[in-house]
Design a protein around this ligand. Structure first.
Ligand SMILES: NC(=O)c1ccc[n+]([C@@H]2O[C@H](COP(=O)([O-])OP(=O)(O)OC[C@H]3O[C@@H](n4cnc5c(N)ncnc54)[C@H](O)[C@@H]3O)[C@@H](O)[C@H]2O)c1
Length: 419
């Protein structure tokens, strides 16, 4: 049986590790965060992702082995997946510290007796394997493609349905320059029912950014058109977009695609903002100003100002504002780069001192992470009673189902989901 290592067990890594265990592989998982490791050891998934908790229960200490140290995970493995974070660096380009550190730790733990493929599932800008990882590996005395294989294998899962996306992917992209790595990765993915595309590492990296920058572009297009429609006035914005979606070229589009061509209060989360910035920066450092991407990012800022202006135009600063939703999207407790944070901050800056927020899943993590001087409601009923004016920022179904609680009160529906 093939042994696989997964380094970094966040959203992507835990899903990858458990998904590969589900497919019958022996997976050795390691995360540098000891709190996360002890949480998994006690059977708890510390973030909301449907399907992962039952999968953890099924596989822990069977197909999924938690390693005490990174070296214990990588030594028995033929394929090593890196799923560590690739956060935004100071200038908007990607910070590769975690990627390079995990690679360094791996190379210190292994020798060249057995061939292993170092497989980068983390999102890294096109050219990273070629220009940063391969030179780094060679500096450490290993010949890339000979002593160790190197591959880019981007992951396309979406939070909230990560398990299903991983188990039933629509395509697998393997970016390598050597045959042994290609063969080993094809072997891993033969157990998945999806087309496998073998390309160069740089092409594989690029495909991931094509996907995320397109989604960001669709969202900013919708947001810009909605802001323009608001200026014109007398336009039923939500209806207009729903009618747009009935165009035959859109209907029948795979799950949720039309959802990106729909206005809101900006894209957020761990992927679209940082990946769009990173791709823009990738062009800039090479002397190419990708104006479309720059504009997509600018609209994403402008729409937050639009939200704040709309509220401020009709709401005296003494009123209590109820913020409905904190997570960057419904069915998730992810608050990384959520537009709600900037919007609340801008409302506070405008002198709105009485803000109460409610999110079905994300109250605690939002409070712990951002420490904003606002109150939190424990239920929708509670916030409905506590505030005078409501600003809906995440399209939770709970808000739609219980819209009666807000009857007669002013609700700014910035996800266009109540009508
Ligand atoms: N979240 C998504 O929906 C999504 C989807 C596709 C791709 N991605 C990409 O996948 C990568 C991971 O994203 P995520 O959301 O899972 O991030 P995350 O922050 O949830 O998880 C990353 C984990 O890596 C661990 N880590 C860092 N350095 C390590 C090391 N040297 N050894 C072991 N563990 C280490 C961290 O402790 C953390 O738990 C990113 O590049 C992201 O852009 C994310």
């Amino acid at each position: 049986m093939m042994d696989i290592a997964v380094i970094g067990l966040g959203f992507v890594g835990l899903t990858t590790a458990l998904g590969l265990s589900e497919k019958g592989y022996r997976v050795h998982g390691y995360d540098a965060d000891s709190l996360k490791m002890s949480s998994y050891r006690s059977g708890v998934v510390p973030f909301h992702e449907p399907g992962l908790k039952p999968a953890l229960d099924r596989h822990i200490n069977r197909g999924f082995i938690l390693a005490d140290r990174l070296e214990d995970a990588v030594r028995p493995a033929q394929v090593i997946f890196y799923c560590v974070g690739t956060p935004r660096g100071t200038d908007g380009s990607v910070d590769l510290t975690y990627i390079l550190e995990a690679t360094r730790q791996t190379l210190q733990a292994i020798d060249t007796t057995n061939f292993r493929v170092l497989t980068y599932k983390s999102t890294i800008p096109p050219g990273t394997v070629r220009d940063a990882i391969v030179p780094f590996i060679e500096e450490l005395g290993f010949r890339a493609g000979r002593d160790v294989g190197v591959a880019s294998n981007p992951e396309f899962l979406a939070e909230g349905r990560a398990w299903d996306d991983f188990i039933n992917p629509d395509r697998i992209v393997i970016g390598t320059n050597d045959e042994l790595s290609t063969r080993l990765l094809e072997q891993v993915y033969t157990r998945f029912d999806a087309p496998i595309h073998t390309v160069s590492p740089t092409t594989a990296e690029f495909i991931k950014y094509l996907s995320n920058t397109l989604l960001a572009t669709l969202i900013s297009f919708a947001n810009e058109m909605a802001m323009l429609a608001d200026q014109v006035g007398d336009i039923e914005i939500a209806r207009a977009f729903k009618i747009l979606h009935q165009d035959k070229r859109w209907s029948g589009a795979p799950a949720g695609m039309t959802g990106y061509v729909y206005p809101g209060c900006g894209f957020g989360g761990y992927c679209l903002p940082k990946d769009t910035e990173a791709m823009y920066m990738q062009g800039r450092t090479r002397g190419f100003d990708a104006q479309g991407l720059r504009h997509v990012l600018q609209v994403n800022e402008r729409v937050k100002d639009f939200v704040v202006e709309k509220v401020a135009a009709e709401t005296p600063a003494s009123r209590t504002i109820g913020v409905l939703g904190l997570a960057f999207k419904p069915n998730s407790d992810d608050i990384r780069d959520t537009p709600t944070r900037a919007i609340i901050q801008r409302l506070l800056d405008r002198g709105y001192g009485n803000i109460i927020a409610y999110d079905p899943l994300a109250n605690d993590v939002f409070d712990r992470t951002y420490h904003l001087p606002i109150a939190y409601a424990g239920s929708l009923r509670e916030i409905a009673q506590a505030a005078d004016v409501f600003v809906l920022l995440t399209a939770w179904d709970e808000f739609r189902r219980n819209r009666d609680l807000f009857a007669g009160k002013k609700v700014f529906d910035f996800r266009y989901c109540l009508s």
